[in-house]
Design a protein around this ligand. Structure first.
Ligand SMILES: Cc1cc2nc3c(=O)[nH]c(=O)nc-3n(C[C@H](O)[C@H](O)[C@H](O)COP(=O)(O)OP(=O)(O)OC[C@H]3O[C@@H](n4cnc5c(N)ncnc54)[C@H](O)[C@@H]3O)c2cc1C
Length: 444
């Protein structure tokens, strides 16, 4: 096989296309949107994203890391904003390189497309929507988004990198023998921009991810290179305090005065933005397997859309590309083996990060200010410092390592139970020195 067809040129599509081109394949990508490098369109979803080790690793593999890294802003930890306006930083890790990076989605997407095209083996067809897929005949129906005309194209092998509402996944679902579940979170999100100060400076400390945790909901803010912050309110879609009820000027102001009073002067056009900007939906997608025979495979959000609270959707998607690429290297040309091994070994990782991302919503919006949480956090950093080979906090395993997510989940659960047991009998964290810690760590 020489040619592979991809549906979708979001973040995952062009990256996978580059890996494929590097393996010698020619790639056609069909993307429903116009070319964002030529037309001014939104890159969709969030304006910026947190990039961590898994994403960085894939960018290094394809040679894009050096281009993207200068566009990013390192975030050392979570800056917690309490109701009374006080703030404190909770570092993400304990080593200088244990930071995550705020990266602009549009610039990243454009750079990935250009990189793919520069291989000379990838052609991106813009304004071409996949409306139907016949997995047995190996044909895809493509609709021109401008003219509405459709045509049927034959393919040899198709990869669904068409995001959370994937048409390729839908075609596989229709074939049966495929488990698929979409779990809506019940909470949505709205983005608001915090513009720089009059003198051009950031309005908040720039090397942190800011969080205003408020129990049932939260506001976060990530820095951008133009000194703005992209703020995102994660909030119930419906209910007594929700996007449904907070919508007119007085309700919006009342809500912000009550919950996020310090942000009112930081976002002077708050009401206008709140009323103009859309509410995004959030859901987790679980499916298994991620392939159909040797004919089709799913990657990225098409395979495992996850809620954004671990900042891992894109990172996980980039890791998919890296993992699939190694399997292509290993089983050259044997797509049946490549896809079966991909599903057999990697689906569980997609499910694990989907679960951990939902759990992290609770941590971010509620637990970060809980004394028990703070105690556990101190203790886990201490254990990691003493025994870095044996104990790594879950956040670090996810963000600063490339361990399979399923392994992270299992190790994290064990560690959590251990810490819980210790904390129950502990008066002060200072009681735990290296010798005492060693007796506990044996239980892991
Ligand atoms: C609010 C929010 C914040 C996030 N923050 C982070 C973060 O901090 N860190 C992180 O790692 N991840 C984050 N994510 C997740 C991240 O956005 C996704 O995981 C990532 O975009 C997945 O890339 P993808 O290419 O698989 O899908 P997408 O980015 O959705 O791209 C799919 C592409 O396919 C195209 N397409 C769709 N259907 C068709 C069709 N039928 N025919 C042709 N083309 C089609 C679309 O136009 C699009 O270009 C966040 C997500 C949200 C919603």
């Amino acid at each position: 096989m020489e040619k592979i067809t991809l549906i979708g040129a979001g973040l995952t599509g062009p990256l996978m296309a580059t890996y494929l081109a590097n393996h010698g394949y020619c790639v056609d990508i069909y993307e429903q949107r116009p070319d964002m490098r030529k037309e001014s369109i939104s890159a969709g979803r969030s304006i910026n994203l947190a990039m961590s080790e898994r994403g960085n690793h894939a960018l290094k593999e394809v040679g894009l890391y050096e281009t993207i890294n200068p566009l990013t802003i390192p975030m050392r930890g979570r800056m917690i904003h309490d109701l009374d306006g006080s703030t404190h930083l909770q570092p993400y890790g304990q080593r200088p390189n244990e930071v995550i990076h705020s990266v602009p989605r549009a610039q990243l997407n454009k750079a990935l497309m250009t990189l793919a095209e520069e291989t000379g083996k990838v052609k991106i067809h813009f304004n071409k929507e996949c409306t139907d897929l016949d997995l047995d005949k190996k044909t895809v129906t493509i609709k021109n988004s401008y003219t509405g005309e459709t045509c049927i194209i034959s393919y040899e092998l198709v990869m669904g990198v068409d995001g959370s509402a994937s048409a390729v996944r839908e075609a596989i679902v229709q074939k049966g023998a495929f488990s698929y579940q979409k779990k809506p979170l019940g909470h949505g999100y709205k983005e608001l921009t915090m513009y720089p100060k009059r003198n051009g400076d950031f309005r908040l400390y720039s090397n942190a991810l800011h969080i205003w945790p408020r129990g049932q909901f939260m506001l976060i803010a990530l820095p951008n290179k133009d000194k703005t912050f992209t703020c995102t309110l994660f909030f119930p879609i419906e209910g007594p305090i929700s996007f449904e009820t907070v919508n007119d000027e007085s309700e919006i102001l009342k809500f912000f005065q009550l919950q996020f009073p310090d942000t009112i002067k930081l976002i002077p056009d708050l009401v206008e933005q709140f009323q103009q900007n859309p509410v995004g939906q959030l859901a987790s997608v679980y499916c298994d397997p991620w392939h159909y025979q040797d004919k089709a495979v799913l990657l990225g959000d098409a395979a495992h859309a996850v809620v954004p609270f671990f900042g891992q959707g894109m990172n996980a998607s980039f890791q998919d590309c890296s993992v699939l690429s190694s399997l292509i290297e290993k089983n050259r040309g044997n797509w049946s083996d490549i896809f079966s091994e991909f599903s057999r070994t990697h689906v569980q990782n997609g499910h694990a990060i989907a679960d951990m991302a939902v759990e992290n919503y609770l941590e971010m919006r509620d637990h970060v200010n809980d004394p028990e949480y703070k105690k556990r956090r101190k203790l886990e950093l201490k254990f990691e410092e003493y025994f870095p080979e044996k104990f790594i906090p879950r956040y670090s395993m996810v963000s600063f390592h490339r361990l399979p997510y399923a392994e992270v989940y299992q190790r994290g659960e064990k560690q959590f139970r251990l810490l819980d047991k210790i904390i129950k009998n502990l008066k002060s964290i200072e009681e735990i020195d290296k010798t005492t810690a060693l007796t506990y760590i044996k239980d892991l």
